[in-house]
Ligand binder design. Structure first.
Ligand SMILES: Cc1cc2nc3c(=O)[nH]c(=O)nc-3n(C[C@H](O)[C@H](O)[C@H](O)COP(=O)(O)OP(=O)(O)OC[C@H]3O[C@@H](n4cnc5c(N)ncnc54)[C@H](O)[C@@H]3O)c2cc1C
Length: 408
């Protein structure tokens, strides 16, 4: 049974980076917006925490950089590719783009809390936690609202002119709205764990390839290393079946710095698998409804750019939705402007991720044998620096309406 009913201009489903940024920007220009988040709070481990230079470029445009850089963070300036212990090439964040000479590491709960705090300064902002959306409301082919199940199991109906699905890679809004995928690529899984950072490690991010698996190791704020092991598709299932002992041996041999962690293992609980999947939704909007962020265009972990891409789409969406509300036209055609602006760059990035994913998640002995040579060759030619720029740096600034800039 439906209890209370609420009316808003815009409902944003999902309080992740895309949803929180969109909620904040719309509230700033006086739109009555409500963000609905299914969890009780922002506390989650292993969410996007590396924010690439393209994210800093966007913060510069919005004049939010100073605010965000006041949060606890570390700066990543260097990275390197290794074949076993032999360095094959360097990644240098300091030389990619002068205005953003580093990547940021900010725990995602801290980032989201900061966006929430800022959004609450605006009277038209509203947010409900523990508010999973269960149903989309539709009238005459237009989405008109959602039904939420509250903590006490009572249903709440919220009506709005626009419903935005910012509810992540497994989006409920995508499913309820019958949105179709244009493509999906799933070469394998990245298995994450964290260990105490050895004192000699510094702030370097490392990729390591071997005849076995590939590794990515990131300095995690404040004093940890976050490690991802790239497993070809279906191998995680087999690893779980074989039991912890085999996996312990793998981790033991991967790096001396992981020994203490490997010895302490009794089960697979410390590991968090992430499907290294990317996908693109065919059409991001229907009348009264728009998908943004991972819900529309999920990126694989290659390059750690999911948050940057999701938030950029949210900024573009704020502009398109605000304009649509003023013109009283929230049709699919108008809302699809977001896709027209964003999809070309994202598709280009997905193609790079797909090629790199095939290299790093491969189960082929042949590919594993030749990949050190491919990596070396990429570093010796302009290819690698071109790939880095495409992944980490915004091609051109997104058009942002002055009203969304935080300079007053
Ligand atoms: C293990 C891991 C590591 C990653 N590392 C990085 C990284 O280092 N850098 C990077 O840039 N990206 C990284 N990513 C990707 C990044 O986290 C995502 O691309 C980014 O969070 C997408 O933002 P979003 O707001 O679109 O979706 P999400 O962050 O997924 O947020 C969606 C929100 O919607 C909520 N929700 C879901 N369903 C409902 C519902 N029915 N009703 C209400 N709320 C709902 C969810 O609880 C969630 O809070 C990582 C992802 C994972 C899983």
């Amino acid at each position: 049974m439906i209890g209370k009913q609420i009316q808003k201009d815009v409902i944003v489903v999902g309080g992740g980076p895309a949803g929180m940024m969109l909620g904040l920007l719309l509230a700033k220009v006086g739109v009555q917006v409500i963000v609905l988040e299914s969890h009780d709070n922002f506390d989650r481990e292993y969410r996007g925490e590396v924010l690439q230079p393209r994210f800093i470029q966007l913060l510069n445009q919005l004049k939010l950089r100073e605010y965000i850089e006041q949060l606890p963070h570390s700066k990543l300036k260097k990275g390197a590719f290794y074949h076993y212990d032999k360095k094959k090439g360097d990644i240098d964040f300091t030389s990619m783009i002068a205005e953003a000479p580093y990547a940021l590491w900010i725990p995602q709960p801290i980032l989201l809390q900061a966006l929430y705090k800022k959004a609450k300064e605006y009277p038209t902002f509203d947010m409900l936690f523990h508010a999973p959306v269960k149903k989309l409301l539709e009238k005459d082919g237009t989405v008109t609202g959602v039904v939420v199940e509250q903590k006490n199991k009572e249903l709440l109906e919220i009506q709005a002119k626009v419903v935005v699905g910012a509810d992540g890679r497994f989006s409920t809004i995508r499913r309820l709205g019958g949105f179709e995928l244009e493509y999906q690529h799933y070469p394998g899984d990245l298995i994450w764990f964290s260990v105490k950072r050895p004192s000699h490690w510094g702030e370097e991010l490392r990729f390591k390839i071997t005849e076995g698996h590939s590794y990515i190791t990131l300095p995690k704020y404040p004093d940890l290393l976050q490690v991802g092991i790239a497993l070809p598709r279906c191998e995680w299932k087999e690893t779980l079946r074989q039991g912890i002992e085999n996996f312990r041996q793998e981790i033991m041999h991967a790096n001396k710095g992981f020994h203490e962690f490997a010895e302490s293992l009794v089960d697979f609980k410390p590991f968090v698998p992430l499907q290294a999947k990317n996908h693109m939704v065919k059409t991001w909007a229907k009348n009264g409804c728009l998908l943004i962020g991972d819900a529309a265009h999920c990126s694989s972990p290659v390059g750690a750019i999911g948050v940057s891409l999701a938030v950029t789409t949210a900024v573009v969406a704020a502009d398109v939705i605000w304009d649509a509300l003023q013109k009283r036209d929230v049709s699919a055609k108008v809302l699809c402007r977001v896709q027209e602006i964003r999809s070309e760059e994202i598709e280009e990035i997905h193609q790079i991720q797909e090629r790199m994913g095939n290299l790093f998640f491969t189960s082929s002995k042949f590919v594993k044998g030749i990949r050190p040579y491919i990596v070396s060759a990429a570093f010796k030619t302009p290819l690698f620096s071109m790939i880095q720029k495409k992944l980490f740096v915004m091609k051109k600034p997104v058009a942002i309406n002055r009203e969304f800039v935080f300079d007053k």
